[in-house]
Ligand binder design. Structure first.
Ligand code: SF4
Length: 496
């Protein structure tokens, strides 16, 4: 189907647009859909009709390349009494037809959403056995055995950490949204250093001001900082002096003696210098990331990176020499022109370096990425083979999966998995995915996630562009007053 074609999707007797769209995206991830309740829109060679009749009969009719397929089912409970089940079952009819007609079997089946492990955690907490959990999830979502295994093991590894969350603690995220150049697959908010350099003195000044204000809120509400995470962009894109200023500000304003984890995503090897690594170490960070994504030089060139695989290895070894004993490396399965063999070579070489954690992402192509223009080229992407290899290889080498998330528009609807050696799981990564802890975001493009004691989640998004962040700082700080309200409530929780 042409990428610009909007497939008509007719909803009769229901408004299950969101889940139906998510199901259709499993099969047509590059297409858009035109939703309507007008049956006359069902025309041409490709369309979907999803109907609910008499409050209990659901049906899906799908015209694909001029050939019609239909399925119908009668629900045990009327739709008006259980909308969630009706919605799920209607999606399941669509899934079955499309699976049959396209030959595509998404590894996570019908399970959409970005946090698959949450479901496993929930069921383990209900004291269900591994077998019962597999039965339940494979029946409901048609998840493949490989994904049931990896989901379950990940949940098992993160549960003891989730159970040890300090109820009165929050995490701090410091955003440095700059990079030397933009990678072709990037959809993050990241600004090139060339364009940002003029703004940098003001940016650092305002960021420190926001850190002071945030620290004041933490002090006044009698809460504690549990983890600190510097992310981006690439925090090491900025100069060693600027990095020192920001990290000193964190050290002066927050009680680092109590934190359990301090991470700096050094990120791209072409930004890592001995001076910056020494600043990071001296000012309290114990965990860093060195992120080659691949060690294949040809692929690095294709994705627009200015460093080689050897540069990444040198940066890793430099960090070791300086004394970092907790290093993560990020890889991506499915990068353009990467082959299963070159991915295996990368992963084998990285494993020999013996980092404490390895995160294997799968390529995601969002509309904001330059690579989106060429998205069709990913139709035969061997990412699934690479991901399967990484699961086998890393489990065999003593790495345990401890957090996982999925994103929209990921090749083959695959996942991103963080593996670590026992005892080196990143708390921050778990908390951000599980949504159990408040995260105070500071800096341009950061977002603050407030998790209230009753489970309500509220977000405050900082401005995306440095000039907006600098100019509208006072307006932003007004919005952040909500953080104080939430932290007051958190501080009244019983300590655990
Ligand atoms: S290093 Fe990361 S944030 Fe920076 S351009 Fe590349 S993908 Fe984007």
């Amino acid at each position: 189907m042409n990428n610009n074609f909007k497939m008509p999707v007719i909803l009769i007797g229901n408004s299950f647009k969101y889940e139906i769209e998510a199901t259709l995206k499993l099969f047509f991830h590059e297409n858009r859909f035109a939703f309507s309740d007008d049956i006359n829109e069902a025309a041409g060679d490709n369309y979907v009709i999803a109907s609910v009749k008499n409050d209990s009969v659901i049906s899906a009719q799908i015209m694909l390349n001029g050939e019609l397929s239909s399925l119908e089912a009668t629900l045990d409970i009327p739709v008006s009494d259980d909308k969630d089940t009706a919605e799920h079952e209607l999606c399941r009819l669509i899934y079955r037809i499309l699976s049959e007609r396209t030959g595509i079997r998404p590894p996570w089946g019908l399970m959409t959403g970005i946090r698959p492990v949450k479901k496993f955690v929930e069921l383990i907490r209900q004291d269900m056995s591994r077998e019962q959990i597999y039965d339940k999830l494979s029946q409901k979502y048609e998840i493949t055995p490989e994904k049931l295994d990896i989901g379950y093991i990940t949940a098992e590894n993160q549960l003891p950490i989730l159970d040890r969350i300090n109820s009165r603690a929050v995490s701090l995220y410091v955003s440095i949204p700059f990079c030397p150049t933009r990678c072709s697959y990037c959809s993050f908010v990241s600004h090139s250093m060339d364009s940002a350099v003029k703004l940098m003195p003001d940016y650092v000044r305002m960021l420190c001001r926001e850190l002071e204000i945030t620290a004041q809120i933490v002090k006044e509400t009698n809460t504690e900082i549990d983890t600190v995470y510097f992310g981006g962009g690439t925090p090491t894109s900025i100069s060693a002096e600027d990095l020192r200023t920001i990290m000193e500000c964190v050290a002066e304003n927050f009680d680092l003696a109590k934190i359990r984890e301090y991470s700096v995503e050094a990120g791209r090897p072409d930004t890592i210098t001995e001076e910056k690594l020494r600043v990071i170490k001296e000012l309290g960070a114990q965990r860093i990331s060195v992120n080659p994504q691949t060690l294949n030089d040809d692929v690095l060139r294709v994705i627009g990176r200015n460093h080689s695989g050897e540069d990444a290895i040198r940066a890793f070894e430099l960090a070791r020499k300086i004394g970092f004993t907790n290093i993560n490396t990020d890889l991506i399965a499915g990068l353009p022109t990467e082959t299963p063999e070159s991915f295996r070579n990368t992963l084998d070489r990285i494993t020999e370096l013996d980092p404490e954690s390895i995160t294997v992402h799968t390529l995601t192509i969002k509309r904001a990425a330059n690579l989106f223009e060429k998205a069709g080229e990913n139709n035969n992407n061997p990412a699934a083979e690479m991901v399967s290899y990484s699961i086998d290889k890393l489990l065999a080498n003593g790495y345990l999966p401890y957090y996982m998330y999925r994103q929209k528009n990921t090749v083959d609807n695959l996942e991103n998995i963080g593996y670590s050696k026992k005892g080196f799981e990143s708390f921050y990564n778990i908390f951000i995915m599980d949504e159990t802890q408040t995260i105070l975001g500071v800096g341009c493009a950061a977002s603050t996630k407030l998790v209230y004691p009753d489970g309500k989640i509220s977000r405050i998004h900082n401005y995306k562009f440095p000039y907006e962040y600098i100019r509208q700082f006072d307006t932003l700080m007004e919005k952040k007053k909500e953080a104080a309200e939430c932290l007051k409530k958190i501080s009244s929780l019983p300590l655990r």
